[in-house]
Design a protein around this ligand. Structure first.
Ligand code: URA
Length: 227
C-alpha cells in the first residue's frame, strides 16, 4: 500500500508538498469520499479522483522480462547491450542480476522499497534455476547441495535444493545471490554450467509464453504476492 500523496506525485500532480496541499484542501476523493490525510494508505482497488479524472492507484511499474543471452543487467554500458534497451519504461532497473549468458526471469521496477526488501540477504528469497551441466550428474548431489557447497575456497553457501531432471539437467533453488553462485557451485563439484535459466523468483514464475527478449507487466496478483 502507498501513501495517497505519493500516488498523486506518480500521477504527475506535482511535488510532495503540492500533492499534500491538494489533499489537505479536500480536492481528492477515494472511493467517493473526500480524504484529507496525505498518508492515507491506497490499495490497488481504490478509485482516486482529482477534478473528475481517475488516477492510477498503482504508482509503480513492475515488469517481467524473459532475459535473452548477451544482455547485461544494467541501464548503461559502453560494451554490451543492456536489458533496459528491451523494455519501454526507462525509469526501471533490475531487481537483482543475472549474468550476461544467463536467460530467464528478470524483474524490472521503479519501486525502490520493493527491491530493497526482496534483495535483503536476510529475506532469503528463493530463486529457482534450470541448469544444464557439462558432465553427467547423479541424484547423490541432493545431499551435497543440502549440506552447503563451498565456493571461492572457503565460503559456504546456504543449503540449496537440487532436483535432478536427467543426466545433464537439473533444477537448483538457492536463497542467496552471490556473484556467479551457481556456476561456482558446480565448479566446486568439478563440473561446469553450460546453460542457466532462472525460472522462479520468490512466488513469481517465469511466464513461459514470453519468448526470450519479451516482457509484460506483472498482474496485480503477482505484484501483491511479492509485496
Ligand atoms: N548464478 C550464476 O552463476 N549466474 C547467474 O546469472 C545467476 C546465478
Amino acid at each position: 500500500m502507498k501513501d495517497l500523496y505519493y500516488v498523486l506525485m506518480k500521477n504527475n500532480l506535482g511535488n510532495a508538498s503540492t500533492c499534500r496541499k491538494l489533499i489537505k484542501q479536500g480536492k481528492i476523493t477515494v472511493n467517493g469520499e473526500v480524504i484529507k490525510d496525505h498518508k492515507y494508505p491506497v490499495k490497488f482497488s481504490d478509485q482516486i479522483i482529482y477534478q473528475q479524472t481517475i488516477l492510477k492507484a498503482q504508482p509503480f511499474t513492475y515488469i517481467m522480462l524473459n532475459k535473452p543471452k548477451g544482455y547485461i543487467c544494467a541501464n548503461h554500458d559502453l560494451k554490451y547491450p543492456c536489458v533496459i534497451d528491451l523494455i519501454t519504461n526507462k525509469d526501471c532497473y533490475c531487481l537483482g542480476r543475472l549474468d550476461k549468458d544467463t536467460t530467464g526471469l528478470l524483474i524490472l521496477t521503479d519501486d525502490h522499497s520493493l527491491s530493497k526488501k526482496l534483495l535483503l540477504p536476510s529475506n532469503h528469497v528463493i530463486k529457482k534455476y534450470l541448469v544444464e551441466i557439462q558432465k553427467k550428474i547423479t541424484n547423490n548431489l541432493k545431499e551435497v547441495f543440502l549440506q552447503g557447497i563451498i565456493i571461492d575456497h572457503n565460503i559456504k553457501c546456504l543449503p540449496a535444493e537440487f532436483e535432478m531432471i536427467d543426466d545433464f539437467h537439473c533444477y537448483l533453488s538457492i536463497s542467496e545471490g552471490k556473484y556467479h553462485q551457481i556456476k561456482k557451485m558446480f565448479k566446486s563439484l568439478d563440473n561446469e554450467v553450460v546453460n542457466l535459466k532462472r525460472i522462479e523468483f520468490g512466488s513469481l514464475k517465469l511466464d513461459e509464453r514470453l519468448k526470450e527478449g519479451e516482457f509484460r507487466d506483472l498482474t496485480n496478483q503477482e505484484i501483491l504476492s511479492l509485496l
